[in-house]
Design a protein around this ligand. Structure first.
Ligand code: NAP
Length: 240
């Protein structure tokens, strides 16, 4: 697919549900063509059909399991070779439950592959292509637990601290090269990650702590539009 939108083509990982699905909708509404990445291809195709009809943009689906190196390389290769891609949303992520001493270490490894290794490889590919073109944006979804690691399990928080640190360093590296970089740090958000996929008892989380994915994404995009490097969607005052 060659993007024909004047806005360009946005590559969204984890576009099949939650925060990534809302970003896909909001970016389509802004006029971006989309390249939707996740494992659940039928779900991505359903979203693609709806987004094409509602927003008159081009939408392509790329099935990839980003815990597998061959699949990460496929997405990376696309980022390096397709000059119409000008926005990368590194959003796909999972949570591994439990304290380190009792954790399922294979699940931890898969989480690190997805939350850290894939994010890094895709950000590197985008940084190379976008800086060569002198334009583009990289948005990495971290979490508030990057700042308060003692409030959640060690390993998930550590992957998100990595994403925050990587984004801050990358912003310095790309300064003056025409590439915008943003880390988004959501608080607890009502999506599948905790409620359906993690085994964590999310029912115990106080309702007033939980935001909707639409609120998170709209606040994150407002921060993006203001050029914020770090956006914490639960803090409405940008001075905070
Ligand atoms: N919800 C929260 O409270 C919260 C708070 C802070 C940060 N975050 C972060 O927000 C991001 C999005 O999460 P969410 O809350 O929207 O959760 P979600 O609804 O569970 O969405 C996760 C997305 O990641 C994709 N994904 C999972 N494993 C994958 C794999 N191996 N390869 C490729 N894609 C994979 C899923 O698609 P498939 O299953 O189709 O592959 C899905 O589209 C994550 O990075 C998460 O850490 C969430």
């Amino acid at each position: 697919m060659n993007s024909i939108s004047p806005k360009g083509l946005a590559l969204v990982t984890g576009a099949s549900s939650g925060i990534g699905a809302v970003y896909a909708e909001r970016l389509a509404a802004r006029g971006y063509d989309l390249l939707l990445v996740a494992r659940d291809e039928p779900r991505l195709q359903t979203a693609a059909t709806r987004l094409r009809a509602e927003h008159k943009v081009q939408v392509e689906v790329l099935k990839a399991d980003l815990t597998l190196k061959a699949d990460v390389l496929k997405v990376e290769q696309r980022l390096r070779s397709d000059s119409s891609i000008n926005l990368l949303l590194n959003n796909a992520g999972i949570v591994a439950d439990g304290s380190l001493a009792v954790a399922d270490t294979d699940r931890l490894e898969a989480m690190i592959q997805l939350n850290v290794i894939a994010v890094t490889r895709l950000a590197a590919a985008a940084a190379a292509s976008f800086s060569a073109a002198g334009r583009g944006a990289i948005i990495n979804i971290a979490s508030v637990v990057a700042l308060i690691p003692e409030s959640f399990n060690a390993t998930y928080s550590a992957t998100k601290a990595y994403v925050l640190s990587l984004t801050q360093s990358l912003a310095a590296e790309l300064d003056g090269k025409g590439v915008q970089v943003q880390a988004v740090l959501p608080g607890v958000t009502r999506t599948e990650i905790f409620w359906e996929r993690s085994g964590i008892d999310a029912q115990g989380i106080p309702a007033e702590m939980v935001m909707d994915a639409t609120e998170i994404v709209d606040a994150a995009l407002a921060g993006f539009d203001q050029g914020e490097l770090i956006t914490i969607p639960s803090l409405p005052d940008s001075a905070d």
